[in-house]
Ligand binder design. Sequence first.
Ligand code: PLP
Length: 382
Amino acid sequence: MIYADYNATTPLDPEVRAAMDEALGATFGNPSSMHQAGQAARRLVDRARSQVATFIHAAADEIVFTSGGTEADNLAVLGAAAAAPTGRKGIVASAVEHKAVLDACAAWQAQGNPVTLVGADRDGRVDTAALEAAVTEDVALVSVMLANNDIGTLEPIAEVAAIAKARGADVHTDAVQAAGKVPIDVKALGVALLSFSSHKIHGPKGAGALFVRNGVRLAPLVHGGRQERTLRPGTENVPAIVGFGKACELAGKRLDADARRVAELRDHFEKKILASISGTRVNGGAQRLPNTSNIAFAGLDGEAIVINLDMMGLAASTGAACSSADKTPSHVLLAMGQSPAEARSSVRFSFGRENTDEEIDRAALLVAQAVTLLRQVREVQS
Ligand code: PLP
């Protein structure tokens, strides 16, 4: 099988697996225990915290470990809004956010609080003029992702942060897809909160982190203990945290080389597809993640293409794995102004470290075959 769904998840790096071995075996203690077994586990968590912090240019005490990107997004959005003073309970987010942010915003709105979603242009970039108008004095938090999971579009976060700062609001950015693909520097971005996830950067599933800039007020969503400075109580998932730390260290070292190589593969793939298949168009603009290629195949159903490709040995997707069970087209493509039919015709290919040149050539060939077959079927049926 050729795997071209790295935005859904990534394979575990062998070095990450090796690092996790210790925490899965000999160092099994509870990091909150005072005895030596506990303190050995504590040291592993502390090391991982430093690795994770270094990766995004943060301080170790600005990292809160969570169970993944979804929890980090929920903690950021609901935690910041809950901690905000009375009269400043509003949230502004982009309409192209991941469901982890959008559904957290919906939950906040259902409690009677103001939430505004701001649209995006044809490339999926947030409308900063509309955002500026939406960030009024009653807004506590602005949440705009660093890179979009469906189309890879990079959002102008530094600009968003400047707008929010002028109104006294904090900014959260969902960097789950950006991590490991573009450099992340929380200071340069000017954000108060940033979430990312282990399994998107060749770490284990079930670990993630929220960067909480020193001094930013946040209310916990879970109650029960003093772990993670009470912001995320519960005994730490030490093996997953250790793996996440190692994955961050490796991603930091490999970022430039990985991004360059994967961009070459992606560009080669797109060139082949656009040249060999009629009625194709790339979704998202030039400012994109290096690994993501979201392609519209005019007149076809993206889901049918994905199913056929799977049978042919190529794993791709129609968009976010967590939304692919429902039949509605990508909310991201709809927010970019596409019609439901247009949005439904798209397939997301996302490449990664393990893909080879041969795989890319073969993937392009398989896509051409699948599309030809489906177009023939459509002709026979019409
Ligand atoms: N945010 C974005 C942009 C994502 O792409 C994803 C996962 O696809 C998430 C959040 C959720 O992360 P996790 O799978 O770690 O819960």
